[in-house]
Design a binder for this molecule. Sequence first.
Ligand SMILES: CC(C)(COP(=O)(O)OP(=O)(O)OC[C@H]1O[C@@H](n2cnc3c(N)ncnc32)[C@H](O)[C@@H]1OP(=O)(O)O)[C@@H](O)C(=O)NCCC(=O)NCCS
Length: 157
Amino acid sequence: MTNDLAPKTTRVSRVTLSQLMHPEHANLLGNVHGGWIMKLVDEAGALACMRHAQKKVVTVAIDSMTFRQPIRIGDLIILNAEVTYTGRTSMEAEVQVVAENPVTGERTHTNTAYLVYVALDDEGRPTNVPGLATETDEEKVRMEQAKKRQAYRTSQK
Ligand SMILES: CC(C)(COP(=O)(O)OP(=O)(O)OC[C@H]1O[C@@H](n2cnc3c(N)ncnc32)[C@H](O)[C@@H]1OP(=O)(O)O)[C@@H](O)C(=O)NCCC(=O)NCCS
């Protein structure tokens, strides 16, 4: 299958999700449940990839996640997601998670996650995605790093 889709920049699909953390998001310690954060991370990554591919996507892989700081109930969780790699049908998204105390304005970067999605056609089969056009040297480096992560993941299948 040849890919004649025009490449797109990271900029056009970048997405930010924000959500206030309520008591229903708490774990037994009274902080935000890790599973809830993972759900939001997956949602943010999927949205960036959907915007890039302009197709529905499914999550095929999630790299290990480390939570460096607890997120408190009452914090605003901010998820910044962008596409860092594209293959034929797969895309990697990087999701940065930030917790903001809306009263003091203090922000903490709690973790960064990498997830891989596959674009699906209307019959639910993997379908080609546009390539990623890099605009800066930093984006080029990030794409090279993402390529290595994807090569490692697929070597583990
Ligand atoms: C994702 C899915 C459609 C892929 O189908 P498949 O028949 O394995 O398709 P392919 O082998 O052609 O793989 C498709 C792409 O996924 C990539 N991929 C497959 N397994 C992967 C893995 N473990 N890590 C990273 N990428 C992977 C392949 O490298 C390929 O990328 P490319 O086209 O850019 O080269 C299928 O595995 C599926 O439906 N999984 C369930 C998805 C789901 O329900 N997610 C939500 C669960 S909570």
